[in-house]
Design a protein around this ligand. Sequence first.
Ligand code: AGP
Length: 610
Amino acid sequence: MCGIVGYVGPRPVVELLIPGLARLEYRGYDSAGLAIQQQDSIAVIKQVGRIADLEHALSLSPLPEGHTGIGHTRWATHGAPNTINAHPHRDCTGSVIVAHNGIIENWADLRSELIAGGHEFASDTDTEVVAHMLEDLADLPLAEAVRSVMKRTDGALALVVMRASDPDLLVGARRGSPLVVGKGDGENFLASDIPAFLEHTRRMVVVDEDRVVEITKESIRITDLEGTELPLEERVIEWDLEAAEKGGFSTFMEKEIHEQPRAITDTLRGRIRRDGLVDLSELGLDPERLRIVDKVYVVACGTSFHAAMMAKYAIERWVRLPVEIDIASEFRYRDPVLDSNSLVIAISQSGETIDTMAAARYAKAQGCLLIGVTNVVDSALARESNAVLYTRAGPEIGVAATKTFTTQLVALQLLGLYLAQVRGSRDEGSLVHLAAAVRSLPKLVEEALQASTDIEDISQKFAHTRDVFFLGRSGDFPVAMEGALKLKEIAYLRAEGYAAGEMKHGPIALIEPGVLVVGVATDTHVRAKTISNMQEMKARGATIVMVVERGHEQEAEEVADHVLTVPPGPDLICTVTAVVPLQLLAYHIATAHGLDVDKPRNLAKTVTVE
Ligand code: AGP
C-alpha cells in the first residue's frame, strides 16, 4: 500500500526523496507527492500517476532547495486516485503537513467534528483529518500533539508529520502499518520500508506499535503514547536491496502468502460492528433494494472464480437465495436470464479483467444491481458497479493470486452475512457467531502458515510427480480448484481440481501408482464422504495428502501418506485457512524445480484481452 520516506540532514532533500520513493514502488501506488521544509513555511508538490509524472511536475515548477522533507506514494483507499487526494496533506494554514499509510476508521466522525469547528477540507481522504487535528493542537510540542491524535484515531496508521514552526524535525507514529528509522551520520530517515534508505545506511530502528518517534539530523527519540521515553534497539541490515523489497522473503509470492493475516485484518477493518453484526453500509445501498433481489449471479475468472464458487455456497446457505456462478467469458455469451431483481456480483482483484468487465457491463445494461468486489480503488470495475466492496490486500506483485484470493473470500463472507442480516434470513445469534469466526481468521491463517516448513519437507517428495488431483466437497471444492490452479500456474504440473464425489464418474480411470491426490476435508458435514472418496484413490495406488482440521488427524491418517492440519472453524469460513497449505504446497514444489514463481511463463497479472 502507500509508501512514506522522510529525511532530515544536510543533503538536498529532493534528490533523496525521489529515489527513496522509487524504491517503494513495489508497494503499488497511483499518485505521489513531496513536502519540503523552507525557512518559515513548507512547500508541497503532488501529482497523480507515476513518480516520473511527479518529476515532470517538478521540472516545470521546481521546489526551492531544502534539507528536511517527506515523500509519499499513495495507494488509494478513501477518495479517488487524483492529485488533490495525493499526499502529503495540509491543515487550513498550510503549516502542518501529514503523510499517512493505512486507514483511519473513525475519520468520518472526526471530519464532521472538525468541519463543525470551522476547518475546511481540501481532499476526500481519511488522512486529512490528522492535519486539521494537529492544527488545533498547535500550542503543544509536535510529538505531544501526535500522541494526542494517536489516542483519538482508530485503525491502521503510520504517520510522518512536520510543522513549519519546528524546522528540521520529523515526527512519526505507528499503529498497524509499518514504520522504520534509518540511522545515518548527521542525518536520519523515516520510512515505510528499508529499501527507501538502504543505499544510505544499514543501521535501522523499528518503530513498534503505538510508538511515536521524533527525528532530527542528530537524534532519534521514541516514546509510548504516554510520552515515556523508550530505549532504541538498533539493528544492522544484512540484506541487499532486492531482498529488502521482498521483506526478507525469497520471492514476492512467498511474502504475499505470509502477508495474508495482515491483509485479512485490513479487509475486516470497520466492517464488523461492536454488537458483532456485519456493517456494509459503506456500499451505500438501500436495504429495500437488497430485499427485492430474487436471484444472485456471481461472475469472475481464474482464482476470482474460485472465490465465486465459495460465495455461491455461502449465499445459498446463509441468505437462502438461488445463486448461479459463471466464468465471466461464458456469462456474456450465454444469454443469461436477468432483470432488475437480479443481483450480479462481479469479482476481480485487478478490476480490469476484460471478460469480467464485459460481463459486468452486460449485467448493468440489463438493469441488474451490480456489486463489484475488487482490490483496486477506482478500477474500471469499481467505476462500473452500483456498489463496490474493496478487498484491502495491498498490491500483489506475484502473478499468482494469493492474498487477493483470501481477502476476496473474506469480503464475500462479509457480504453474505450482510445480505442475510438485511433480508432477515438468519437469526441474529447465528450471524454474530459466524461474524466472530470471520473476525478470527487473521489468527487462524497465521496458525496455518506455521506449517510452511513441514510442507516444504513434504514437497521435496513430490518434486518428480507429474499428475496431481485436488479433491474436495462443498466449501472444500473451491479450495481444491484453487490448489490445482496454483500448482498448474507456478509449477507447470498437470493438476486437476474436482468435486470429490465426481471422480468415480470418469476421472478415476487416471488414478494409478505415481499419481498424487490431495484431499481437502475441512467441511464438517461432508468430511466422512470425502475421506471415503480418498480411500477409493488409495485403493488404486495413488499417493494421498489430506488437509483436515486439527483434531481429525487420526481419521485422515487411516488413508493418507501425509496429513496437513489447519485450525478448526465453521464450514465455509474455513475455506480461507484450508487454501493456505495448498498455496504453500504449490510454492514449495515450484521452488524445488527452481522456477520463477513471481513471473510464471505465459501468464499476465491482469488479462485485458479476450
Ligand atoms: C490467479 O493466480 C491468476 N493469475 C488468474 O487466474 C486471475 O485470477 C484471473 O486472471 C482473474 O484476475 P482478476 O481477479 O484480476 O480479474
